[in-house]
Each structure stands twice: as structure tokens, then as C-alpha cells.
Design a protein around this ligand. Structure first.
Ligand code: NAG
Ligand code: NAG
Ligand code: NAG
Ligand code: NAG
Ligand code: NAG
Ligand code: NAG
Length: 415
């Protein structure tokens, strides 16, 4: 059932390059001369046990971790080197694929009014002892899973860690033997069943979901101790086909519906499952909010037709939001989670949207494995194939995990 695989970056890398989500897009290049705070001195590590987050003044307080600014800090960041991460995938290994400007790895997230606890891999693994942590979602969530493994794996000797695959490779697990811990990723880009559920071959022209069916996926992860969901990018189409019935059955009924409506239906199916099947005194549940894309340089004052390609600095305008972002989809997530909370199940939103909106510099753009050979026209115009939705590692997804870590430390008992 479990097939154990040697830890070779090649194995994981080649596989993961199959996954790239969508083919992108329009163009880029932009000379945005931005003056940014470059301060290495303000960083004050907190006591490792971060039971509460402390305000700058030292008083214990509740603080919005998601509202803040990026501070250049090449002394403390990155938290690991790309080359040292055995498992980094070719979708996010930007340095390996030729990126020369490496400033994107040096930014620290500074919330207004408090500090994030310093990431401590051993501390986290201790917390995860005898536990199962599962990321469920799309390639952005897989990027965050890879980031988490990169963050912890250097503390584990080579013979005590490995990657294993189950459920026809929909489930990939990082095993940390001495802790009896697994950190897993389950591919379900639309959470409910869809025609994109194959972990590698899922780029299909049409998107079909079985909007009421989640059990096939959910029984794989519903007993986990920590669950981290996401689902956003795959819904960015005007319409999605809904299947009433099952895949492969001749009597299924198909109906085109507005995508936001189908998204809501899928989230309801998801939340109904959680309400019934999640053990509230055991499992902590998180939902990662939408991950913004940077495919329209006009949005941040760049040139028409350009995108994230050749961007090297974050956006500094507080509250910046790209025109492609779809807040109404996040409102749907908030509504569903609000109703779940009223029914006694707490789901924490990791509100990474705003902080990631600033990071137009942090996408792979052209520095990743290209799955399909590029045409002469594409090569002549790099913006045409730049990936402005995934994130280079080390980078932004590490910060998402630092925020997740802050909540795992804080919630000693489950929410
Ligand atoms: C770190 O950044 C500072 C300020 O930008 C710069 O002066 C210094 O040379 C950098 N150090 C390294 C090791 O890159
Ligand atoms: C990290 O956590 C471990 C285990 O809780 C602890 O022994 C160690 O001192 C911590 N390291 C730092 C740098 O705080
Ligand atoms: C290892 O962890 C699993 C949960 O992930 C648990 O069921 C099992 O009892 C643990 N094994 C030991 C020896 O503690
Ligand atoms: C794996 O795929 C095969 C063939 O598609 C299917 O019969 C089997 O049930 C799948 N196994 C799991 C664990 O999903
Ligand atoms: C829920 O989890 C707690 C803590 O792990 C455990 O003691 C309890 O038996 C579980 N309840 C059910 C119904 O599985
Ligand atoms: C997420 O953060 C944004 C910007 O700070 C805010 O407008 C939004 O209400 C937050 N959402 C949640 C669910 O906290």
C-alpha cells in the first residue's frame, strides 16, 4: 500500500513539474523603483514558546498577524537554502532554474504591533510528535507543504526521513521517523470530487465537479491532527460544469453554473463533512485564504501588458490589491466558516492574501522547469510564459508557515 521512495530531488522534482496549474499569461517587465525599509536591526526573536504573541511593548495582546509590512532582512532570512532542501520541487526552485536576483528570499513579515514567534523546527516537530498534519488542496498548498518540509527537514538525519506515496499518489507524505510524525499533502484542487483529481494529469479544457461528493477524498484525511485546506485558483472561471451523478456513469446529469455559486456549494459540502467527522477535541483546522497572482503590471503602476517577470521588489503601497483578486470568493469562505463556528467547529483562516499581494517579486516567473518545450515566439517574449501565481522557495510560503506555526504554538489545546 505504502510505497517508499528514495529521497531524491529528481524523483520529486520531475513528478511535481507535471502539476503546474494553468498556463500563463500575459506580459511583464516593469521598472518600479521603490524605496523600501531595509532594516536588519528591529528583529527581536521572541521566547520560543510563543504561548501568546507579544506586542512590541511587551504586553500580551491579540494582534492581527496579517496586517503589517515586509522588512528586508538578509541576516535572518532565508530560513534555509534552496540547495539544502532535499525535497524542493522544480516548480518552485527558482535559483536552480537560473534566477539571479535573490533578494526575494530576504524579506521578513513584520505585523503592525507584534512579532511572529521565531520558527523552531525542533520545537514544531516536538509539538507534532505522534501526529499527522495534512495539507489538502491545490499546487499553492503543495508549495506550502514543500516549504514546511524544507523548514523542518534539516534538523532530521537522512536515514530518519523519507517520502512515501499512497492513494495512487494523491497523498504524499513526509515521514519523520524519530517523531512518528507525518507531514502530508493530498491533491484535491477543488476539495470536492472533480475531473482534475488525478495528481499529475489534470490539465483538462473543461472543469467538472461532483459538487456534493467529498467522501472519497475526506476519508483519507479526516482523522488528521492538523488540517490545512486551500482552494481558490481552480475556481477562477466564469462557469463550471456540475455533475449530478458519478464520473463514468451514463446517467449523470451535467449542468453549467456560475463558478462562485458552485464554489459555495463545494464549500458547504466540505463544511458539512467537517461538522460530522472532525473530532473537535483532537483536530485543528486551518483554511489558507486566496493566494494572489501578479499578472497585470498595470495594477501596481507598471507597463501595460507586463507581469511579474523581472520584478525584484515588493509593492509598498499599504492595502494594495490586484484587480485579478476575487474577494467575493473569500467572503464565501468566511461565511461558511462563520456558520461552522456557530455550530461549534472552529476553523482558523490563515489570511495570507494581503501580505502576499505585496510580493510581485516572489513568483517563479520563468525560473522553473518548463514542462512543455517553449516555442520560438514564447522564448522571444518571456512574459508570455512567466508563472506569476506559484511562489519561489525559500520565500513567501515560508512566511505562511511561520504564521501557521504561531497558531500551532498558541493553540496548545485544539480550538
Ligand atoms: C545585507 O543587506 C545590506 C543592506 O542592504 C547590505 O549592505 C549587505 O551587504 C547585505 N549582506 C549580505 C551578506 O548580502
Ligand atoms: C527550539 O525548541 C527546542 C525544543 O522545544 C528547544 O530545546 C530549543 O532550545 C529551541 N531552540 C531555540 C533556538 O529556541
Ligand atoms: C504514531 O502516530 C500515530 C498517529 O499519527 C499513532 O496512531 C500511533 O499510535 C503512534 N505510534 C506510537 C508508537 O506512538
Ligand atoms: C488507484 O487507482 C486504481 C485504478 O484507477 C483504482 O482501482 C484504485 O481504487 C485506486 N486506489 C486508491 C487507493 O485510490
Ligand atoms: C477525540 O479525540 C480525543 C483526543 O484525541 C479522544 O480521546 C477521543 O476518544 C476522540 N473521540 C472520538 C469520538 O473519536
Ligand atoms: C484578511 O485581511 C484583510 C486585509 O487585512 C481583511 O480585509 C479581511 O477582512 C481579513 N479576513 C479575515 C477573514 O480575517
Amino acid at each position: 500500500m505504502v510505497n517508499k521512495t528514495e529521497i531524491t530531488p529528481a524523483t520529486w522534482g520531475v513528478r511535481s513539474s507535471f502539476h503546474s496549474l494553468v498556463a500563463l499569461l500575459v506580459a511583464s517587465v516593469v521598472v518600479a523603483v521603490l524605496s523600501l525599509a531595509r532594516d536588519g536591526s528591529r528583529f527581536r526573536p521572541l521566547p520560543d514558546d510563543g504561548a501568546s504573541l507579544q506586542s512590541a511593548a511587551g504586553a500580551t495582546t491579540s494582534c492581527d498577524l496579517f496586517s503589517g509590512r515586509w522588512v528586508y532582512n538578509n541576516a535572518s532570512y532565508p530560513l534555509y537554502e534552496e540547495k539544502q532542501c532535499t525535497f524542493v520541487s522544480d516548480q518552485v526552485a527558482c535559483e536552480k532554474f537560473g534566477r539571479k536576483d535573490l533578494g526575494y528570499r530576504h524579506w521578513r513579515w513584520q505585523p503592525h504591533g507584534c512579532d511572529i514567534p521565531r520558527f523552531n523546527a525542533t520545537g514544531l516537530l516536538e509539538r507534532l510528535r505522534n501526529k499527522r498534519m495534512v495539507y489538502v488542496g491545490d499546487s499553492l498548498n503543495r508549495g506550502q507543504w514543500v516549504s514546511m518540509i524544507c523548514l523542518v527537514e534539516s534538523t532530521i538525519p537522512p536515514n530518519l526521513k523519507w517520502i512515501s506515496y499512497r492513494h495512487n499518489h494523491s497523498l504524499i507524505a513526509f515521514n519523520a521517523m524519530e517523531y512518528n510524525t507525518t507531514i502530508e499533502f493530498y491533491w484535491a484542487p477543488m476539495l470536492v470530487e472533480s475531473n482534475s483529481d488525478h495528481p499529475y494529469n489534470h490539465r483538462l479544457p473543461e472543469r467538472v465537479v461532483r459538487v456534493q461528493a467529498i467522501e472519497k477524498h475526506a476519508r483519507v484525511w479526516s482523522d488528521a491532527d492538523i488540517l490545512i485546506f486551500n482552494s481558490y485558483l481552480w475556481w477562477l472561471r466564469p462557469e463550471i460544469k456540475v455533475l449530478w451523478g458519478s464520473f463514468g456513469s451514463p446517467d449523470g446529469i451535467h449542468k453549467m453554473e456560475q463558478a462562485p455559486r458552485v464554489y459555495e456549494m463545494a464549500l458547504n459540502t466540505w463544511s458539512d463533512w467537517l461538522e460530522v467527522h472532525i473530532n473537535r477535541s483532537k483536530t485543528q483546522v486551518f483554511f489558507v485564504s486566496m493566494s494572489p497572482t501578479h499578472d497585470r503590471a498595470e495594477d501596481w503602476g507598471g507597463l501595460d501588458g507586463h507581469n511579474c517577470y523581472q520584478e525584484t521588489e515588493p509593492i509598498t503601497r499599504e492595502g494594495y490589491s490586484g484587480s485579478r483578486s476575487r474577494p467575493e470568493l473569500m467572503r464565501a469562505v468566511e461565511a461558511v466558516i462563520g456558520r461552522l463556528r456557530a455550530r461549534g467547529l472552529g476553523v482558523r483562516i490563515l489570511n495570507i492574501t494581503q501580505l502576499s499581494e505585496y510580493r510581485k517579486d516572489a513568483h517563479p516567473s520563468i525560473y522553473k522547469r518548463q514542462w512543455h518545450p517553449l516555442s520560438r515566439e514564447q522564448l522571444a517574449d518571456p512574459t508570455s510564459y512567466a508563472d506569476c501565481f506559484h511562489w519561489c522557495l525559500p520565500g513567501v510560503s515560508d512566511v505562511w508557515n511561520e504564521l501557521l506555526y504561531a497558531y500551532i504554538l498558541r493553540n496548545r489545546s485544539p480550538c
